[in-house]
Ligand binder design. Structure first.
Ligand code: UGA
Length: 442
């Protein structure tokens, strides 16, 4: 099939590349000329495991091309994917200006029947608005607008795209459903379902999935907070509840809160949509509040440990700056908030991350930059520090040799926001180890 992907951000690039890899001809369109040049030169602007290899192959074999000219790409396409940014607007609702602008231009470009697919996360009813905007300049027989939310996790996006647990297609048109099903069949050969439903339900499915996952994590974070107060261990509780298949083992890891560009934005957006429609989505109110506090809960633990909120003269190492491993994305990363709070209390910081130092530097405040040094080796972040704070569970942090802590830090004190280490091992190694929802090792 011939596909045009409008928008070469994270979702557009991964989707376009994966569609090209499965034999389709894909033209990715972006208004940013510099970015298009860069892509044509074979440079992938984001860090995503596995993407570069299939991206290069797609270009080499002529199935993946890039342009700034929407007209030609759309005219030739059987399917046009809208993968445009929908950042949070001022009121908590997603800002649809990019989507609506392109929708307004599409109608006059259509010559033959085309399926227009919205892949961006958009409020319920956006499909109707896109349909109207296209119909302003095109015969309604010439197109259908479909919702096809993405469920990609950063850091695992290529795998998630290639082997989706489900594909959701929202359309009332049989013709569009047939084309979309044909497109996705190669990705679900293992038997996972392609679920065709009405467009509004499909739009809501995306928000419901993210909000439910964010709630699941938050629930476990609250259980962890109780564990700390009653002397229980959240790892044991997690194993105990996760084996109930109605609950499931995944997404039960307590930590320092969820971050990223999706959960915070989507929880806020569905909460807003509910409010707009006269419904108070109370549980999400709590989820947002609990998550905000959870992000800096580690600072409370540090204050308790040191018996003061004055960290003047102390230097802390920070391992992990991105919001989660395998990405350089620092949006809503707990590390940003923790760094801010520690610097406010007078601390100096040494930060290390395998991928996210550059993005962290750009996003943090001048106050943090003035007090924070960045190093490119995890060990260098341990030199003469008073304590180490672990913010992200990169694999390389999982098995450090214990004497590294003993030999390099002033005292071997670790505040772990991701529960990486075994408590007994920490005890035997003589490390002071304070984690989340588990008894402290002193
Ligand atoms: C999330 C969803 O998982 C994807 O299905 C969805 O497509 C995507 O948002 C999106 O809307 O585009 P992502 O934001 O990449 O993907 O990250 P996740 O791997 O889901 O993790 C989100 C946050 O939850 C991270 O901060 C992570 O550290 C935290 N988390 C996750 C926990 O604290 N505990 C867990 O057990 C799992």
């Amino acid at each position: 099939m011939k596909i045009a992907v409008i928008g070469t951000g994270y979702v557009g690039l991964v989707s376009g590349t994966c569609f090209a890899d499965s034999g389709n001809y894909v033209t990715c369109v972006d208004i940013d000329e510099q970015k298009v040049e860069q892509l044509r030169d074979g440079e992938v602007p984001i860090y995503e495991p596995g993407l570069e290899a299939i991206f290069s192959r797609g270009i080499r074999e002529g199935r993946l091309t890039f342009t700034t000219k929407m007209k030609k790409a759309v005219k030739e396409a059987d399917i046009v994917f809208l993968c445009l940014p929908t950042p949070p607007g001022g009121d908590g609702q997603a800002d649809l200006s990019a989507v609506m602008k392109v929708a307004g231009q599409l109608g006059s470009l259509l010559e033959d029947y085309t399926v227009i697919v919205n892949k961006s996360t958009v409020p319920v009813g956006t499909g109707d608005r896109v349909h109207e905007a296209v119909a302003d300049n095109a015969d309604e027989q010439l197109f259908d607008v479909v919702s096809n939310p993405e469920f990609l996790r950063e850091g695992a996006a290529v795998d998630d795209f290639m082997y989706p647990e489900r594909v959701v297609i929202g359309t009332e048109s049989e013709r569009a459903a047939e084309i979309m099903t044909t497109l996705y069949e190669p990705f679900v050969r293992s038997g996972n379902p392609i679920i065709v439903m009405d467009r509004r339900s499909s739009e809501l499915t995306k928000y419901a999935a993210n909000a439910m996952l964010a709630t699941k994590i938050t629930f476990m974070n609250e259980i962890a907070n109780i564990c700390e107060r009653v002397g229980a261990n959240v790892d044991n509780v997690r194993r105990g509840v996760g084996t109930d298949s109605r609950i499931g083992k995944r997404f039960l890891f307590a930590g320092i809160g969820y971050g990223g560009s999706c959960f915070p934005k989507d929880v806020q957006a569905i909460h807003y949509t509910a409010g707009q429609n006269g419904y108070d989505f109370k549980i999400l109110d709590s989820v947002m509040k609990v998550n905000e506090a959870q992000k800096v809960s580690i600072v409370d633990k540090m204050e308790k440990y040191y018996g003061t909120d004055d960290f003047e003269g102390k230097t802390f190492g920070m391992w992990g700056l991105s919001f989660k491993p395998e990405t350089d994305d620092i949006r809503e990363a707990p590390a940003l908030y923790i760094a801010e709070e520690l610097v406010k209390r007078g601390a100096k910081l040494i930060g290390y991350d395998p991928e996210a130092i550059g993005t962290f530097r750009q996003a943090t405040s001048q106050a943090v930059l003035d007090k924070m040094e960045f190093v490119h080796d995890q060990q260098d972040a341990l030199e003469d520090i008073d304590a180490l704070i672990i913010c992200t569970e990169w694999n390389e942090f999982r098995r450090p040799t214990v004497d590294r802590f003993q030999d390099h830090m002033k005292q071997p004190v670790i505040f772990d926001g991701r529960n990486l280490y075994d408590l007994d091992r920490a005890r035997k190694a003589g490390i002071t180890y304070i984690s989340v929802g588990r008894p402290a090792v002193n």
